[in-house]
Structures are given as structure tokens and as C-alpha cells.
Write a protein that binds this ligand. Structure first.
Ligand SMILES: Nc1ncnc2c1ncn2[C@@H]1O[C@H](COP(=O)(O)OP(=O)(O)OP(=O)(O)O)[C@@H](O)[C@H]1O
Length: 785
């Protein structure tokens, strides 16, 4: 180390210690304050009712009591809020203690004489007098200098102003347990050294934050504020999910006070992924956004109307049931129902419904029809046709409630009421009776008995009618199922015969109808069905969501994107995907995962960002996998060296050898790595492999579609559940042409292989997959068993 460097090192070390000292001091102060506060809150909770005067004697006293409770509750919530804020500060300080900052830029603003030393960490820290920043939050405007510029002229933006100046130094630190381990001055990219260190670590069951090493192009995604639609096409392992999560943290910081984690929603591909990403935001001191899978969302919305097929079952069909006679037909159906044309057809059908053919259900009470479907239809079409359908539906609902009320009144006088009341269980009777008594409080006259009878009837009939009102208020008088079926049979047929949407539309109609009639809503029908429902009943409010994140965007069809746009009208969208991982039947042939013109309208802003550098896998793995897909030469590996992938060829059908070879390899891998995944093509295959290997591989775990979290170790899982996550080493169970031979399986194969961080091993039972022939020569090693 030169003398100069040595001095620098000592000064930096000294600074880390000073900061550490201050953090400790602040922690102690907070602990002292919060100790008392916490006890205060507990005490206040305990004595809540002691300090409240409860008097319900008259209206005035009730009012006083109410005010007194309100004041006490406000006091409690204020103290709790303060406690929560202190607690948050404490958690942040504890986080800073371990690793207070990771970067620094020295920035001389134009017109100033001296540069400011800007230290950057996961949250900010002020000096003892609360005057100067010792550490800036990575999301602060000034911190963008660190991510966007190398030494030289630079600028950053604060609201409505651009600050120009010059960076004279850009430095990175590795600080662990409050100790400075190393530091380096860097140029354009944020330190390869640090990235090398981070990326060579072992895979984790939980994703990590990347704030210390965010790359310039990722930063563009994180800090984008202007576009309604931000669309990111990024190669496997290019940091799409990572950028999305840091973006959530950024938005929470940038718009604090305006939006909270409740206003942000992330759609993720499966439950496993939900848990995989769940610690990133807490690690950054933020609360997690709302998170759901698209399937979970639609299933909950469809409710009991149908049994909705999940996307994984669809996937099992697409990749596992090639021999079925209805295979091509279903695939063509999926393609059709995912398209914008199909949505346009449905829109046309909805316009038609506005004039005729709405379908309703009879309103029945005790096997007697109170209002027939024909009467409802007649009423519906008697309303002003210029009114949108949902407005008319609301008027129908109001009319039905009045009509049912009349029927309820009539029913009170019927004989069945008293007969049933007499048959009530004693407890039930007493319950009704007590209520009646309390309603009659204070009345005392000779016709008590009759009044009591009357009230009993009224009360009893009302309870019987309640479900009918409930049904009406939930729009159950609309026959959505019938209308969807009608659309499939008529709307689709008529149009298809004209415009030839699908070559086998007749069979598609039959196939769909058959499923609908047996109570099954195929995954590809679920979104159109919900869209139709919402267009008839009115959109269900999701107005609270201001930012929608869609990860693994290639899994969504154009129809689904448009549906999301429709149900989240006030929301900006960040959509991240990779068309090379488009493994759903609707996206297999697609050259882009989202043709923007199918979503973005002329008056809407959008931006597209391409990420082509891949960080997950070693250079050797990326060199191999990028040959598997067209255009893969544009994928740039991060320069992290490792071993070449291997391909082990096994004689076709020789399962014993196949399993022996896998066992041997997995055992070797287990001694070096924390997480080893044996990836099979389907769930069905995974289960079989798990059963056959479990006795020889202690601790082997099977991941199924409903698995919600995973631990380190050795796992067997189907291809589609490995999406979005990563493992130290990946073993591809069968890389032969049998499993990955048809062109439509290319993307699946690529997705599977790109899950590996450090090592990739392929086993081929029989002739190897033709896709491997496309890999660049010399990028893998072959063994034969
Ligand atoms: N700037 C970065 N600094 C450190 N690690 C990074 C960075 N960008 C990405 N990574 C790491 O690369 C790996 C892949 O990132 P991520 O899962 O976000 O990629 P992805 O584009 O969503 O991948 P895929 O599409 O294959 O699921 C993760 O381990 C992540 O931590």
C-alpha cells in the first residue's frame, strides 16, 4: 500500500469507528426513551377503562362517555405511533451498525469551492447535532450520483432542479460487523470486485437486496417516475426481480406520506416465489407490498361459480399430455382465448348484451318463484338503453329488493310461519322471542299477545328472507355462467366463421362448453369470464393500488394484461419479463413478451428498458445457455468464472444407470453447495423421481405447486416452479430429446438451465435434446455412462 493509500485507509477506518460509536449512542438513547414509552403504552392499555367515565343513563351522558373513550383511544394510538416510529428507527440503526455504508462519492457542486463527501447506506444517519448527513439513504436524490456516474462531470435532480457538478472520487466499501474489510475506488460500473464477492456467495432461500451494487441500467428502472407503463425485457438472471423490489423501496421513500406499502401490489408466479422475495423490503427497512399470484386473485373472484383450473395444471397438460387426442385443440384454444382479438369479440358481445340476451336467474323462496328470469330481463330492457349495463343492473337490484320486500310482507301471514316457529328449537325460539320482547320494551296493553305474534312472524320471516336479499345484493340474479357459455357458443362461432380466429373453432367451442357444463373453468377461460362479469356487474374497486408490479410478465397473456389494466385503472404498471422464458402455451411462439401496442394507448406514457447483462450464473453457464435460444448472443455474461456445464449421456431406457449417475453427482455437489436442485420437466415426473431417489438421498425434498417456502438442501421440483428462483447447482433430470425435443420446449429447457448459479449438470436418457446441438461448441463437457 502506498503512503497515500495507507493514510486513506486509516482515515476511512477511523470514520467507520466514529460512525459506529455514534450509532451505538443513538441506539442507547432510543432504548432509554422507548423503554419508558413501551411501559407507558402497556400501562395505558391496562388502565384504559379506569380512566374513562362510563355513564349510559341518558343521551347527554352517553355523548360524554363517547368523547371520553375517544380521547383515551387517541392518546393510546398517539403513544403507539410514537413507539412504532422509535422502533423503526431502532431497527434501522441496528441494521446500520453492521454495515453502515457501502459507497461514497465526492461531489463538488458547480459554484462551490469544496466537494462534499457523500456516504451512502441503506438508510440515512445525521451527526450528533442533527445538522449534517453522515450517511445518505441510497434513495436520496444525491445518491443517484453513485449509481449513474463515474468520476467526472455529473448531475442529479431534486424536484424541479438539476444540480450540476463534478465527481472527484467514487469509492466502495466492504464493512462487515462494523469493521472495514476492504475498499476500492471505482470507475464506470459499480465495482466488479464487490459484485464478484456478492455473486460468488451461496444461493439463498430468500432473495437479498442489491442496493450496494445496483447497476446503471437497473437504476433506470428503480428510479423511473414518469411512465405509466414501465416495461422491462431482461435476460434470465439480469436482475429484473431485484430491480423491481428495490423500485418498490424507492417509491415508498420518494412518495413517503403519499403512498404506503398498501398502495403497491406485486403479482408473482407462485407461492414459493412469494416467500423467496419476502425479506428484501424488510431488509431495507420497509414493509412488504401486497403480494398475490394472479391465480389466487382470479380464484377468489370467481368464488364458488366454478372450480378454476390452476395454471400449473394447464402446464402439466401442455408439457405432459402430448398424446391426448384433444391436445392440439386445447393449445389452439389457449392461443385464441389469450388474444386481443378474443377480448375484442367479447367486447362486441357485451355491446350486444346491452340490447338483448342478458340472462338472469329466477328468484326463488321456499320453492316458489318470486320473480322469474323473464320478468327480470323484461325489467332490465325496459330501462334506458343508453345507460351502461352496470348502472342498469343496479337499478334492477333496487327494483328486486322492493319486489322481494312486498313478497316478504305477504309471506308473514302464511300458515307455514307459525308452524315453523312452533317447531323451532327452544334456544332458537328464545332468541327470537327475547328480541321481540326487547323491541316491545315499555309497551303493556291487552293486545300484547297479538302484537307479540305479529312481531314473531315478522322477525322469523325476515331471517328467512335474508339470504334472498344477500343473493340479490351480490348480483346472483345474473346468470353469468349462462352468458359466458352463450358467448362461447354464439358470439364466438358467428365471428369465427367469418374471420377464422382459429382453424378448429368448432371443436374449441365444444371442448369449452363441455368443461363449463361440468363446472370447470379452464385457466384460459378464467380471465375472459371475470372480464365479462366485471363489465356486467361493474368493476370491483381496486382504486387504492397506485403501483402494480407484474413479475414474470411473459406468463401473462395479452388478454390478462388488458384485464389488469381494466381492474387497476389508477395504477402505474411495472412489467418485467423475458420472452425467452415464455413457457406458457400462449407465449411459446411469441418474439416479444408484450407487444406494447396491445396495451398502451396513444395518450399514455410508456418506457421500455432492456437488460442484457446476466448476473446469476457463472460466465461458463451463460455461454452455454445463451446458445440455446435465438438472439442469445446479445446476452452478456458477468465475468465470474466457474466450471463448464456437463452433459452425461445414458443409454436409452437405462433407468438404473441414469439414477446412479445422478446420485453420484448430487452427492458430490452436496458436499460443496448448500442448495442443489434436481429439476424435472413436470410435476408428475418430479413425484416419481422423488419416490425413487428419496431412500438414497437423505433429506431430499419434493416441491409441489402448493409448497409455500423452501429450505436449503437437495430438492426435486418441476420446471415451472423453478421459475424466478435460483440454486447453487442445478441437475437437469432428463435433458434428452424425449423431454425437450419439440421446438415448443426450447424455452422451457432454457428456463430450467438458467436457474443455476455455480454449476449446471445435464443428464440425458437417450439421444440428447436437439437444443443442446445449438449451444456454442466447447461450452460444455460430455461424459458417457
Ligand atoms: N446489481 C446486482 N448486484 C448484485 N447482485 C445482483 C445484481 N443484479 C442481479 N443480481 C443477482 O442476480 C441474481 C438474479 O437476479 P434476479 O432474480 O433479480 O434476476 P431476474 O432477471 O429476475 O431472473 P429470471 O428472469 O431468470 O428469474 C440474483 O441472485 C440477484 O441477487
Amino acid at each position: 500500500m502506498s503512503q497515500h493509500a495507507d493514510l486513506d485507509w486509516r482515515q476511512e477506518k477511523q470514520r467507520v469507528e466514529t460512525v459506529e460509536h455514534l450509532i451505538n449512542k443513538k441506539i442507547e438513547e432510543i432504548k432509554e426513551n422507548t423503554g419508558g414509552l413501551k411501559e407507558g403504552v402497556i400501562e395505558l392499555r391496562k388502565s384504559f377503562w379506569e380512566d374513562v367515565t362510563v355513564n349510559l343513563d341518558d343521551a347527554h351522558e352517553i355523548g360524554e362517555t363517547f368523547t371520553s373513550i375517544k380521547q383515551q383511544a387517541e392518546l393510546l394510538s398517539e403513544r403507539e405511533r410514537t413507539h412504532k416510529q422509535f422502533y423503526k428507527k431502532l431497527v434501522n440503526l441496528i441494521k446500520l451498525k453492521d454495515n453502515p455504508y457501502f459507497g461514497r462519492v465526492d461531489f463538488k457542486e458547480k459554484g462551490e469551492s469544496d466537494p462534499e463527501e457523500v456516504y451512502i447506506g441503506i438508510t440515512s444517519l445525521m451527526d450528533e447535532n442533527d445538522e449534517d448527513f453522515l450517511i445518505y439513504d441510497w434513495r436520496a436524490p444525491i445518491s443517484s450520483l453513485y449509481y449513474n456516474f463515474s468520476p467526472g462531470p455529473a448531475h442529479y435532480e431534486v424536484p424541479e432542479e438539476k444540480v450540476d457538478g463534478e465527481i472527484s472520487l467514487k469509492r466502495q466499501y466492504i464493512i462487515r460487523n462494523g469493521q472495514l474489510k476492504s475498499m476500492f475506488d471505482t470507475g464506470v460500473t459499480i465495482g466488479d470486485e464487490l459484485l464478484q464477492e456478492v455473486l460468488s456467495n451461496s444461493a439463498n432461500t430468500q432473495m437479498k437486496s442489491i442496493v450496494a451494487t445496483i447497476q446503471k441500467e437497473q437504476n433506470q428502472i428503480i428510479r423511473n417516475e414518469t411512465s405509466k407503463y414501465l416495461i422491462v425485457q431482461g435476460a434470465a438472471g439480469s436482475g429484473k426481480t431485484s430491480a423491481a423490489l428495490q423500485r418498490v423501496a424507492y417509491l415508498l421513500y420518494r412518495y413517503r406520506g403519499k403512498i404506503t406499502s398498501d398502495n403497491i401490489m406485486l403479482f408473482s408466479p407462485n407461492y414459493l416465489f412469494n416467500s423467496y422475495v419476502s425479506t428484501v423490503l424488510p431488509e431495507l427497512g420497509e414493509e412488504n407490498m401486497r403480494q398475490s399470484t394472479f391465480f389466487e386473485y382470479i380464484q377468489q373472484r370467481v368464488g364458488k361459480a366454478y372450480e378454476v383450473e390452476d395454471p400449473f395444471t394447464q402446464m402439466e397438460f401442455v408439457y405432459g399430455e402430448l398424446d391426448r387426442s384433444d391436445y392440439d385443440l386445447r393449445l389452439e384454444g389457449i392461443r385464441l382465448k389469450s388474444s386481443k382479438q378474443f377480448k375484442d369479440l367479447l367486447d362486441k358481445y357485451i355491446t350486444h348484451l346491452s340490447q338483448a340476451n342478458m340472462s338472469f336467474k329466477d328468484i326463488v323462496f321456499r320453492d316458489k318463484t318470486l320473480v322469474t328470469r323473464a320478468e327480470i330481463e323484461e325489467y332490465f330492457y325496459s330501462l334506458d338503453k343508453a345507460l351502461p349495463i352496470p348502472n342498469r343492473i343496479n337499478l334492477v337490484m333496487e327494483w328486486l329488493i322492493v319486489t322481494i320486500k312486498k313478497a316478504e310482507h305477504r309471506e308473514r301471514k302464511k300458515d307455514w310461519v307459525l308452524e315453523e316457529i312452533e317447531l323451532l328449537h327452544k334456544e332458537d325460539y328464545l332468541e327470537v322471542y327475547r328480541e321481540v320482547q326487547s323491541n316491545m320494551k315499555g309497551e303493556d296493553s291487552f293486545d300484547d299477545f297479538e302484537k307479540e305474534q305479529e312481531l314473531l312472524r315478522k322477525k322469523y320471516v325476515k331471517t328467512k328472507f335474508n339470504p334472498v336479499y344477500g343473493m340479490v345484493k351480490k348480483f346472483r340474479f345474473i346468470n353469468m355462467k349462462d352468458m359466458y357459455e352463450q358467448f362461447i357458443q354464439e358470439g364466438l362461432v358467428e365471428e369465427s366463421s367469418d374471420v377464422k380466429l382459429a382453424y378448429n373453432w368448432k371443436e374449441i367451442v365444444e371442448y369449452t362448453t363441455e368443461n363449463l357444463r361440468s363446472g370447470i373453468l379452464l385457466y384460459e377461460d378464467a380471465t375472459p369470464f371475470l372480464y365479462l362479469t366485471d363489465k356486467i356487474e361493474g368493476r370491483k374497486g381496486n382504486s387504492g393500488i397506485r403501483h402494480l408490479f407484474i413479475d414474470e410478465g411473459q406468463d401473462y397473456s395479452i388478454f390478462q394484461f388488458n384485464y389488469l389494466k381494466y381492474i387497476f385503472p389508477n395504477s402505474k404498471m411495472t412489467i418485467l419479463g423475458d420472452f425467452n422464458q415464455g413457457i406458457y402455451a400462449h407465449s411459446i411462439d411469441s418474439p416479444s413478451f408484450l407487444p406494447t401496442e396491445t396495451l398502451v394507448e396513444e395518450n399514455e406514457t410508456s418506457e421500455q428498458i432492456i437488460l442484457s447483462r446476466s448476473y446469476r450464473s457463472t460466465k461458463e453457464i451463460v455461454e452455454f445457455t445463451s446458445g440455446l435460444i435465438p438472439g442469445g448472443d446479445k446476452i452478456e455474461p458477468f465475468n465470474r468464472p466457474g466450471k463448464k456445464p456437463t452433459l452425461t449421456l445414458i443409454g436409452e431406457g437405462d433407468k438404473v444407470q441414469h439414477h446412479q449417475a445422478i446420485l453420484k453427482r448430487v452427492k458430490e455437489l452436496r458436499s460443496q453447495f448448500d442448495s442443489v436442485a434436481i429439476i424435472c420437466k413436470t410435476g408428475d415426473q418430479s413425484e416419481k423421481v422423488y419416490e425413487e431417489l428419496r431412500d438414497d438421498l437423505e433429506g431430499l425434498r419434493l416441491i409441489k405447486k402448493d409448497t409455500t417456502s423452501f429450505e436449503k438442501g437437495t430438492l426435486v421440483l418441476p420446471s415451472y416452479l423453478a421459475k424466478g428462483i435460483e440454486f447453487d447447482a442445478v441437475v437437469v433430470y432428463d435433458a434428452s430429446g424425449n423431454d425437450y425435443g419439440r421446438e415448443m420446449e426450447r424455452k422451457l429447457f432454457y428456463t430450467v438451465c438458467t436457474r443455476a448459479m455455480h454449476e449446471l449438470h445435464l443428464f440425458s436418457n437417450g439421444e440428447k435434446s436437439p437444443f443442446i446441438n445449438d449451444a456454442t461448441m466447447g461450452t460444455y463437457e460430455t461424459n458417457t455412462v
